[in-house]
Design a protein around this ligand. Structure first.
Ligand code: ADP
Ligand code: MG
Length: 476
């Protein structure tokens, strides 16, 4: 089963100068074909980069894109409609800024500390004068993993005012203070938790970042935390994912951060590589088996060992063979005692498929550039970021933003178009929409790669190329 060497997609690693590489060839041990490498050199390198990807005939580009290159890569992805990015640009939306994490959470109704995003600083000031304290002020945009460096607790209007006068953050992004016992980092592959650990703040402190002296441990991560992380990963349609969940003193769980870029031990990156090999080969290569709560076992090892161990392998459960050991090993999970191997059925590693529509187009969601400070193009989220010394003169904010979506194609319009092609009737239209999930996805396929239509039973190559012709004519 699965694809032959010839049928496999051509892979390429997406690298950027000065950016740590998340994957390399060693994570894709056993991939039979050459894996290309394409490096982005910053500063007007877009066109060259696009050409190189085309020249190398890459089908799948693998890698994390840092916040400062995110908008450029949204443009690059549009110029390379056939190329699948893993993780997709939509999944990486949260990598760009804390504001994006917030908008993502708002859309999917995911719990976060109550958050305020102001592009009009005057309005923020009015709010800060009358709101309750403490508040947590954060720099929204920029490389994450500064370990709390751009996160501040303010106890009064004066402290907030002083901080903003000094820091000039834009947008002004702040949250209610959510007292927490600890926060928990959960890492997922195909929506399955593969590693999770607590991070606790030092005595009397509130920042839980380990770089701030916090401690970590792997034991008894609660069910509601794992369930939330799975839900978030699914909402992001993430091939792999990390989620920081605050475990509140009030017992509630809230998302603090989520992204595809995170610090991960090499064995986790191996699992991600194996996962992609399995998915992209349509089952030819073995799916990694990362049993639930494996992290409690691996966590007993010294972290210097975990930093060097590679290609860790777990056998899957076998009743007659493992039953004697695992069969007795139960764990309190949620309200019940459960057998660990049963949890592996409940928390499955899903095959995340490519999508063809854009969920977070920059015309709408790049607030930072669309509502940049008037006097300062430099606060732009495009690459050329420099000092933000200029006084803020906000132009617009959420209240004045135009929410005009691109004109969307309705099911009827799509159906009219498709049935205008000889050989496609309404039955086939339904099959197509069903196969790709929704109308937007089908429109994405039409825009990007009509040959994918042949995945649908009854659509031949010839028919697909007829559709392509008709679509191009329609666009004209
Ligand atoms: N709303 C909040 N209430 C209480 N503590 C918070 C809040 N937001 C963040 N923190 C604390 O600050 C730390 C850093 O915040 P985070 O948003 O993760 O930024 P960073 O990118 O610096 O890690 C968190 O791990 C958590 O301990
Ligand atoms: Mg953090």
């Amino acid at each position: 089963m699965g694809l032959s060497n010839k049928q496999l997609p051509k892979l390429g690693f997406l690298y950027l100068d000065y950016v740590l590489r998340f994957f390399d060839h060693s994570n894709f041990k056993g991939w039979p074909n050459k894996i290309e490498t394409v490096t982005y050199h910053w500063k007007n390198d877009k066109d060259r980069f696009i050409k190189e990807v085309k020249r190398k005939k890459i089908d799948v580009l693998i890698g994390n894109i840092p916040a400062t290159a995110y908008e450029t890569f949204r443009e690059i992805a549009r110029a390379l409609p056939h190329v699948r990015f893993i993780p997709s640009m939509d999944t990486q939306f949260s990598n760009k800024s804390k504001e994006n994490v917030t908008r993502f959470a708002w859309k999917y109704d995911l719990p976060i500390p109550k958050t305020y995003v102001y592009y009009k600083h005057d309005n923020a000031d009015k709010f800060l004068k009358k709101c309750k304290y403490p508040k947590i002020i954060k720099k929204s945009y920029g490389p994450s993993n500064y370990g709390g460096y751009f996160v501040h607790k303010v106890d009064s209007y004066k402290e907030a005012r002083d901080l903003y006068d000094k820091k000039q953050y834009h947008p002004q992004y702040f949250q209610d203070f959510a007292p927490m016992e600890a926060d928990i980092r959960v890492m997922l592959i195909g929506h399955k938790p593969v590693c999770a650990f607590w991070r606790r703040a030092p005595e009397g402190e509130w920042l839980t970042n380990t770089s701030q002296g916090g401690s970590m441990d792997y034991n008894d991560v609660p069910k509601n935390v794992l369930d939330l992380a799975v839900k978030v990963s699914k909402a992001a349609k993430a091939e792999y994912w990390a989620c920081d969940v605050a475990y509140g003193i009030d017992g509630k769980v809230r998302i603090l951060e989520c992204a595809t870029a995170f610090a991960a031990f090499p064995y986790i990156r191996d699992w991600i590589g194996q996962y992609m090999m399995w998915s992209l080969s349509e089952g030819r290569f073995r799916k990694p088996h990362a049993p639930m709560f494996n992290w409690e076992e691996l966590g007993k090892l010294d972290s210097s060992i975990l930093r060097t161990m590679r290609h860790i392998h777990f056998g899957s459960f076998n009743a007659s063979y493992d039953g004697a050991y695992f069969g007795k090993k139960r764990k309190l999970f949620g309200d019940n005692e459960v057998y660990l191997h049963v949890l592996d059925n409940e928390y499955k590693m899903h095959d995340v498929k490519r999508r063809w529509s854009e969920e977070w187009p920059s015309e709408i969601y790049n607030y930072q550039d669309n509502f940049a400070l008037k006097s300062s193009k430099k606060s732009s989220s495009k690459e050329e970021v420099s000092n933000e010394k200029n006084a803020p003169h906000p132009t617009k904010d959420e209240s004045s933003e135009s929410q005009s979506q691109e004109s969307k194609i309705t099911k009827e319009e799509l159906s009219d178009f498709l049935t205008s092609v000889d050989g496609i009737g309404s039955k086939k239209v339904n099959k197509i929409v069903e196969h790709f999930g929704n109308v937007d996805e089908v429109v994405g396929v039409l825009h990007q790669n009509t040959s994918v239509l042949t995945e649908v039973k009854g659509i031949t190559k010839k028919l697909a190329s007829k559709v392509e012709k008709a679509w191009k004519k329609l666009l004209k």
